[in-house]
Design a protein around this ligand. Structure first.
Ligand SMILES: [Zn+2]
Ligand SMILES: [Zn+2]
Length: 253
């Protein structure tokens, strides 16, 4: 059975109306930027690569003027991907597979650190990112990297322990990951298919939605998974849930 570690790749501060369009603007909120390390007997997998390591010190160069104007990267000095891996005794070249849930700047920001590693992304997401109305953050993902398009549900290690499955709506080819850490315990990293418990409870859509109907369908699919007695959902950017979660070198489960 694999081990699953939740890593914090910084925190984003922004106006809460970006997450909750029905709330009046003018109040900031701060959320974690998660990455997940799966240590499987067949190799180490990273689900999402966070924000670019230099985004705090060089926001406009790394994120672009528009994104840097909306989101400020804050957080402790060790809340960057290489430092998080180092706490587990790992370097970037100890990672054998990378997965991007989707191609927004806070989920593929450190892809450049993995030039020789297969990067699994849903084909729909890659096609849309390469299309004329791209939703993706080109500076982070559009690099000479080893992208491997996958089409639908994907059993990464062939033993059912790590499943990628499409949860579209937030973006065209968004995917989430289920990791079974023991016979009676599994975790699902929803990524941005659902930002927080509050979004799930109220079926709330954020300001960044590619297809609202698909996003609601994906949230309902995730809710059904979370209703299983052995399955825990980990939301994409939920500060309250994150604060209660074992992180870093302590594995989940
Ligand atoms: Zn996103
Ligand atoms: Zn995000």
């Amino acid at each position: 059975m694999p081990k699953l570690h939740a890593l914090c790749c910084g925190r984003l501060r922004f106006d809460r109306s970006i997450f909750f369009p029905d709330k009046s603007p003018g109040v900031d909120m701060t959320v974690p930027v998660p990455s997940f390390l799966v240590m499987h007997p067949k190799g180490n997998l990273l689900f999402d690569t966070g924000v670019h390591c230099l985004a705090a010190s060089e926001p406009e160069q790394r994120l672009g003027e528009r994104t840097a104007g909306l989101f400020k990267l804050v957080g402790a000095a060790d809340e960057v991907l290489p430092a998080q891996l180092a706490k587990l005794g790992l370097k970037t070249n100890d990672i054998h597979t990378v997965v991007n849930s989707h191609l927004h700047f806070d989920h593929c920001g450190c892809n450049a650190l993995f030039p020789d590693v297969p990067i699994l992304v849903q084909k729909t997401e890659l096609d849309a990112a390469r299309g004329p109305k791209s939703h993706a953050h080109a500076q982070s993902w559009d690099l000479p990297l080893d992208y491997r398009p996958i089409d639908g549900e994907h059993d990464v290690f062939g033993d059912g322990s790590v499943l990628l499955f499409p949860t579209p709506g937030h973006t065209p080819g968004h995917q989430s990951m289920q990791v079974r850490v023991s016979r009676d315990q599994a975790f699902v990293a929803t990524a941005d298919a659902c930002y927080t418990q509050e979004h799930m409870d109220g079926e709330l859509l954020s300001g960044r939605v590619w297809d609202p109907k698909q996003m609601i369908d994906s949230m309902r699919q995730l809710r059904r998974l979370g209703e299983r007695s052995d399955t825990h959902l980990i939301f994409g950017h939920d500060a309250a849930q994150w604060a209660a979660l074992p992180t870093g070198s302590t594995s989940l489960g």
